[in-house]
Design a protein around this ligand. Structure first.
Ligand SMILES: [Zn+2]
Length: 284
């Protein structure tokens, strides 16, 4: 008999061990900024902020609407989904990727277009979902955002767009790039109708979304520490062959250099937007 072979069963059988693991899974999170291990519920109850260092964790599109709107919202163009115009295949077919994403997020594409009240002020609001193919903008996101802009213009209701996106959707090629022009043209008509548009940039807002509507707000505000840019820092460094400064492409840096109007912590965001709407609508 080997000396070190365990003869008796261990105190917890493997089945119990498995059960215990499932129950405790995901209760704790490690903060990306301060490395503190934090209770998930403590984060959720704190606007999804780290209680230790106020690092802003990413939140999904529906969670964002729940934070900004007073109560239930009306959703528009819920079933609009991509037709895969290029029949694109990368590591797997785009059609299959879309189906998997729709199942995982219960959304038809990477944005929720809604209407509701924000501190009792009626708003149209688009909230982007980063988990849906990186929050990328294809024909569906472009169309939903454009329709929201046109609805805002026709109803004279202020528009808020909360961006969280990696940029244009490469699986839709030039079709996704056309959305930049389409949305920008619609925003021009909103501007001519003198209906306010507030753009909220969250972590991350990059590529074609930054290059179109995210930077075209009457007010462009961002959450602290959000990555905002067009190309990624590595691409820029390799192109200009220079080391980029500390904090480059983060909200605070962009505010300092005149790219943003303000950086607003998440707990103050709703009140800030309400106050800005009052200013634009002449209630102040
Ligand atoms: Zn932290």
């Amino acid at each position: 008999m080997a000396w070190f072979t365990r003869q008796k069963p261990s105190l917890t059988s493997s089945a119990e061990e498995g059960e215990r693991r499932v129950k405790t899974e995901g209760l704790w999170l490690k903060c990306d900024a301060c490395s503190q291990v934090v209770w998930r519920k403590a984060i959720e109850e704190n606007f999804h902020l780290c209680p230790q260092c106020s690092h802003h964790f990413r939140i999904d599109a529906a969670g964002r609407l729940a934070l900004l709107l007073d109560g239930p919202w009306e959703e528009f163009d819920k079933d609009l989904s991509s037709t895969d115009p290029l029949e694109f295949v990368d590591s797997r077919p785009y059609k299959q990727r879309l189906l998997e994403m729709q199942r995982a997020t219960a959304l038809s594409d990477a944005v929720i277009s809604a209407a509701g009240t924000l501190e009792r002020r009626r708003v149209n609001i688009c909230s982007m979902e980063l988990k849906f193919i990186g929050g990328s903008m294809g024909a569906v996101v472009g169309e939903k955002v454009t329709r929201a802009i046109e609805r805002s213009r026709d109803q004279r209701t202020p528009l808020v767009i909360v961006s969280a996106s990696g940029g244009a959707r490469m699986q839709e090629g030039a079709v996704s790039l056309m959305q930049l022009a389409k949305i920008s043209a619609a925003l021009m008509s909103l501007d001519e109708a003198k209906v306010p548009f507030i753009s909220v940039l969250t972590d991350p807002t990059t590529g074609g979304v930054t290059a179109s509507f995210a930077m075209l707000g009457d007010l462009n505000i961002a959450e602290p520490g959000a990555l905002i840019g067009f190309a990624g820092p590595r691409v820029i460094e390799q192109t200009i062959r220079q080391k980029l400064p500390e904090g480059f492409q983060r909200s605070e840096f962009l505010l300092e250099h005149g790219f943003l109007d303000d950086v607003v912590p998440r707990p103050r965001l709703k009140g800030y937007i309400a106050c800005a709407l009052d200013f634009f609508c002449g209630r102040l």
